[in-house]
Write a protein that binds this ligand. Structure first.
Ligand code: ADP
Ligand code: ADP
Length: 234
């Protein structure tokens, strides 16, 4: 079962081709790593899945992207609703300047899933391995946490509304080694319940935490895609 399928996807920014004929899949309840040199289109690929790339004026896309079998460019797809059904985590931890509680509750509220809110907030914080550290300070600002805690808060915020897929763009590369290793353990654990696609420039990290690996090359070409163990065999 694949949550995302892309077929012959090309992306240009004006005259620069960022993705060249990408056909791949993001399988359900696995971690898929996207690796390759800077500028090979990894972030662009993530931004296509929830049509964030549409927000870039010079961007053009061809090909097909399906989320749970549904073409994200069909007329009846509302891009705002689409973005809400996809969790995103970025390189720099970016909690909202709100309380820890309100950060996690945010997506649940905008999606109208705010019944039993306290329980859902606690549950997401537990799944993000943060509950024990913050349960007595849910009313303090998310910005008062350490960098690693802030990133786990962002993960809690992303998973709370139960998204179809969680897209992570270099989620650990702004963190110190201890915080990085906590995030890596967490991402591995998330795959028992969630589908994760993670961009990383760190090959060891991809080898450690992913089930599938996609190797991109300059010019936005996909040169290898398959089981991580096989890809890192040689
Ligand atoms: P990666 O994430 O692998 O570093 P990107 O997807 O960021 O790659 O970039 C792929 C290519 O698209 C690069 O040549 C980059 O310069 C270009 N690019 C990315 N974002 C934009 C943008 N907003 N406008 C114009 N060109 C862009
Ligand atoms: P609106 O503000 O129109 O109700 P949203 O708040 O759902 O829409 O989303 C606004 C933008 O912020 C979207 O592009 C979405 O992808 C992004 N976004 C929403 N939630 C998060 C989040 N938890 N982390 C990062 N970006 C987010």
């Amino acid at each position: 079962e694949s949550v995302i399928e892309t077929e012959n996807v090309d992306v240009w920014y004006s005259d620069t081709q960022a993705l060249d004929d990408i056909t791949m899949e993001i399988p359900e309840q696995q971690v898929t790593a996207l690796i390759g040199p800077s500028g090979c289109g990894k972030s662009t690929f993530l931004r296509c899945i929830n049509r964030m790339n549409d927000l870039i004026e010079s961007a053009r896309i061809e090909g097909e992207i399906r989320l749970r079998g549904k073409n994200v460019y069909d007329d009846d797809v509302d891009p705002v609703a689409l973005r809400r059904s996809v969790g995103m985590v970025f390189q720099e931890p970016n909690p909202f300047p709100k309380t820890i509680y309100d950060n996690v509750a945010y997506g649940l509220r905008v999606q109208g899933k705010d019944d039993n809110l306290d329980e859902k907030v606690e549950d997401a914080l537990r799944r993000a391995a943060l509950w024990e550290e913050v349960n007595d300070q849910l009313d303090s600002s998310g910005l008062d946490l350490s960098g690693g805690q802030q990133q786990r808060l962002c993960i809690a915020r992303a998973i709370a509304p139960d998204p179809d897929v969680i897209l992570m763009d270099e989620p650990a590369s702004a963190l110190d080694p201890v915080a990085t290793s906590k995030i890596e353990d967490l991402i591995e654990d998330l795959a028992s319940e969630y589908t994760v696609a993670i961009v990383t420039h760190n090959m060891q990290q991809a080898a450690r935490i992913s089930d599938k690996t996609a190797v991109f090359l300059t010019g936005g070409k996909l040169v290898e895609f398959g089981d991580t163990e096989k890809i890192f065999e040689n």
